[in-house]
Write a protein that binds this ligand. Structure first.
Ligand code: PGA
Length: 250
């Protein structure tokens, strides 16, 4: 019998949030405690809030994650944070290779792969982000580009390790633009096939999230698409009410 792929909704707060935002997490945790677990839920706040958000979630229905990690465990890397530090602060997940890091910090597939490996070694689940640019979509190479990113960014896994993949078209992030349901279905099925080809038995255990302008009003239709196992939500994860509305569609 094959196990269903875990459904997961992750909030990526990016560089938003001070201690005042903890009340949003408390609202979220309270609402989810009072319902049967709909799906797994995680919030990735700025590193300054990670420990406090972990405490505010009551270590329960809502997990936490970092937004990036360094590939090394310790050392002279001013301003960086290691995967084991995130773990120590209570994280379960860490996002690696978000397009904003690939673009603004010059991260390559190779960087992303060693960060994902560092995350696994520290006991975290890396959320590996991939996605094409607008020009790549327009010129018909989106699937090829994403398959290449998967190839370059995914570490080899042992039998008990797991990663999460987030498909985030760069042009859909924070823009209000969303691919057609057909395009999302095509990409997620290509990623599912890639995972089956390259990761063997681990492939079916991996959740594939969609990210990019997912909102309460389009979440239900996106989350109903084949091989969409959840979402990576930016702007709409900042308010508990919006984030909960998306979680309820999962
Ligand atoms: P968005 O961001 O939901 O604001 O488009 C998604 C992301 O960048 O993870």
């Amino acid at each position: 019998m094959t196990m269903p792929v875990p459904r997961l909704i992750v909030g990526n707060w990016k560089m938003n949030g001070t201690r005042r935002a903890l009340s949003e997490v408390e609202t979220l945790a309270r609402a989810l405690r009072n319902q049967a677990a709909i799906c797994q839920v995680a919030v990735c706040p700025p590193a300054t809030l990670l420990q406090q958000v972990t405490v505010a979630t009551g270590h329960g229905a809502v997990k936490t994650g970092g937004q990036d990690c360094h590939a090394a465990e310790i050392g002279a890397h001013t301003g960086d944070i290691s995967a084991s530090m995130l773990r120590d602060a209570g994280a379960t997940y860490v996002i690696v290779g978000h397009s904003e890091r690939r673009t603004a910090h010059g991260e390559t597939d190779g960087t992303v792969r060693i960060k994902a490996r560092a995350a696994l070694d520290a006991g975290l689940i890396p959320i590996i982000c991939v996605g094409e640019t607008a020009i790549e979509r327009e010129t018909g190479v989106a699937v090829t580009v994403v398959e290449q990113q998967m190839q370059g960014s995914t570490p080899e896994l042992t039998a008990d390790e797991v990663v999460v993949v987030a498909y985030e078209p760069v042009w859909a992030i924070g823009t209000g633009l969303v691919p057609t349901e057909q395009d999302i279905a095509e990409m997620h099925s290509a990623i599912r096939a890639w995972l089956a080809r390259h990761l063997g038995d681990a492939g079916p255990r991996i959740s594939i999230l969609y990210g990019g302008s997912m909102k309460p009003d389009n979440a239900a239709s996106i989350l109903a698409i084949d091989n969409v196992d959840g979402g990576l939500i930016g702007g709409a994860s900042l308010k508990a009410e919006d984030f909960l509305a998306i979680i309820r569609c999962a």
